[in-house]
Design a protein around this ligand. Structure first.
Ligand SMILES: Cc1cc2nc3c(=O)[nH]c(=O)nc-3n(C[C@H](O)[C@H](O)[C@H](O)COP(=O)(O)O)c2cc1C
Length: 259
């Protein structure tokens, strides 16, 4: 008869239980990994289609999103510093966030108002194709608001200047205040605005006031009410990502080829 009160038995039993459940969790984690990667890729594709105004109402199922993405979007990994495309990288699985965290593929960011700490050496951009030509460009953006880093995408028209849309897919701002970055009514204020002025300087900004007349105020978008800090965060991240340390070099390269 086993003495279940003995220390050896208790320790052995606890170790066996830990071993069995540890193995179950490890196997589940390994087996679910491909599914997680697939879901992440799918979610990114959905966001890109959404900001490019190509996502049908209701979103569509996995197969429909994949088909829509594959037939309309050309993803490209670029070197942030030069803006030039990088060969030999698997574009589909390239993860800019992962690259940013890896010291070998990132560097400290220069001091910036968007509170970006590290910059990946390479970044993933998306070109929306129509009749064999670039119809829009989608760029990943991120930066600090009040409580959190906001992650999103900015879409520019083929001229590389006119804004087509903006979207955020992850943030921790307060619902009803900074969280209104998700509000379709606020997002509708963006299309048609100009990211750069006539001298090519980043000019787009979120500011307090009534800028509903887009023709009169091409560079201004109404701030979120009661959420000036998040609004400033949006301005800061656009200033950064459209500037020389962000996608400025890429856009300059693109515009050269687009003339
Ligand atoms: C609980 C709480 C949550 C808040 N969340 C946000 C937020 O997500 N974004 C933001 O900019 N301001 C937020 N604020 C308000 C800021 O503290 C600040 O008052 C505001 O940004 C100033 O904007 P205003 O000049 O439009 O009033 C929050 C305030 C409180 C008390």
């Amino acid at each position: 008869m086993v003495d279940k009160t003995k220390t050896g038995y208790i320790v052995g039993f606890a170790a066996a239980v830990c071993g069995v459940f540890g193995a179950v969790v490890s196997i589940a984690a390994v087996q679910l990994k491909p599914q997680q990667v697939e879901n992440k890729v799918l979610d990114q594709q959905k966001q890109v289609l959404s900001v490019a105004n190509l996502l049908p109402e209701g979103g569509g199922d996995k197969a429909a999103i994949k088909q829509l993405f594959d037939s309309n979007i050309k993803a490209e990994v670029i070197e942030l510093h030069s803006g030039k495309p990088v060969d030999g990288v698997d574009v589909a699985t390239f993860d800019q966030q992962k690259a940013k965290k890896d010291p070998a593929s990132s560097a400290p960011a220069p001091t910036n108002n968007a509170k970006i700490q590290r910059l990946p050496k390479q970044a993933k951009v998306f070109q929306v194709m129509k009749d064999g030509k670039v119809d829009a460009i989608v760029l990943p953006i991120e930066g600090y608001g009040l409580w959190s880093t906001l992650y999103g995408f900015l879409a520019l028209e083929a001229d590389g200047t006119t804004i087509k849309g903006i979207t955020y897919y992850e943030h921790g701002e307060t619902p009803g205040l900074g969280g209104e970055v998700d509000n379709p009514l606020w997002k509708a204020k963006w299309p048609g605005r100009k990211a750069f002025d006539d001298q090519g300087k980043v000019a787009i900004a979120v500011a307090k006031g009534d800028f509903s007349d887009k023709a009169a105020h091409p560079y201004k978008v109404d701030a979120l009410s009661g959420a000036t800090i998040t609004s400033n965060g949006v301005t800061n991240m656009l200033q950064f990502w459209l500037g020389e340390h962000g996608f400025g070099p890429y856009l300059a390269e693109y515009k050269k080829g687009h003339k």
